[in-house]
Design a protein around this ligand. Structure first.
Ligand code: HPA
Length: 270
């Protein structure tokens, strides 16, 4: 995989002479963030060697390079999910590529189902930790020490300093944020009532089908990571039978301006 990553990095560098400091992974309905970027270069995934191609509705597939108030970023417009059929190495491949393009800080976003009763549809949750409940591990297999250690310390996968800064900024910008633990399941089914209850009992506040593998690989390579989630449905008795992908996208869209504003300011001021 090392060679594949280097090949992809070399290809991208031949297309754009750009060293991003921030990597941003845009989740469901949050793709509009690219409008905040002064775009210098866009590379569709299907032109990038070794990159999988995104298939889900609401997810576009391109790497977007540009600046936000002078800060250099690369954004993944569309991510890869395990439920689409990719293995975890494919799901996390772009994170490895971002690292060797020069990225030092990673910002990940997603839509999730809330099980914490303090949350509402549209709540913005800063992810303070996660629980990995996915059936395959991105670091399983032969260890390549060029990427990182065999046994990865997961005591702080989400940077406390970035969380602190984001909370300060949210307060200044008058954006209400919660924090919480995200639990990753493989999907693609939304959870049954009993599964939502399980998520809660296990100690999580929200549940989704992404993010965990990317953040594990980011931790493996020592990237400083910040995660943010939009609650697009509540996993409780009132709404359990009504969730559709369209509703998830709609709820995410509504929170999008606030999430964009927060991420933009975090990049500018962290
Ligand atoms: N469960 C899993 N993934 C999700 C949900 C959910 O309720 N909402 C948005 N993504």
């Amino acid at each position: 995989m090392w060679e594949q990553v280097q090949e992809t990095v070399n290809y991208i560098k031949s297309k754009t002479n750009f060293t991003p400091e921030y990597g941003v992974i845009l989740g469901s309905g949050l793709g509009g963030f690219t409008e905040d970027i002064q775009i210098e270069h866009t590379l569709p995934y299907n032109e990038i060697p070794n990159f999988p191609v995104s298939t889900v509705e609401g997810h576009k597939g391109a790497l977007v390079f540009g600046t936000i108030q002078g800060k250099k970023v690369v954004a993944m417009q569309g991510r890869f999910h395990f439920y689409e059929g990719y293995d975890m190495k494919q799901v996390t491949f772009p994170v490895r590529v971002m690292k060797y393009l020069g990225v030092e800080k990673l910002i990940v976003s997603n839509a999730s189902g809330g099980v914490n009763h303090d949350y509402r549809v549209g709540s913005i949750v800063i992810i303070k930790d996660h629980i990995n409940f996915m059936p395959e591990h991105p670091l399983r297999g032969k260890s390549d020490l060029r990427f990182g250690p065999r046994f990865v310390n997961m005591s702080e996968p989400y940077s406390r300093k970035m969380i602190q800064k984001a909370k300060e900024l949210a307060s200044e910008l008058n954006i209400e944020v919660k924090d919480g633990v995200y639990l990753g399941l493989q999907g693609p089914t939304f959870e049954t009532l009993s599964e939502y209850r399980m998520v809660k009992i296990l100690g999580a506040d929200c549940v989704g089908m992404s993010t965990v593998p990317e953040v594990i690989v980011a931790a493996h390579m020592n990237l400083e990571t910040f995660g943010i989630s939009v609650i697009t449905d509540m996993g409780n008795e009132e709404s359990i039978d009504t969730i559709t992908h369209e509703e998830v996208l709609e709820a995410a869209k509504e929170a999008e301006p606030k999430v964009r504003n927060l991420i933009k300011n975090l990049i500018m001021q962290y």
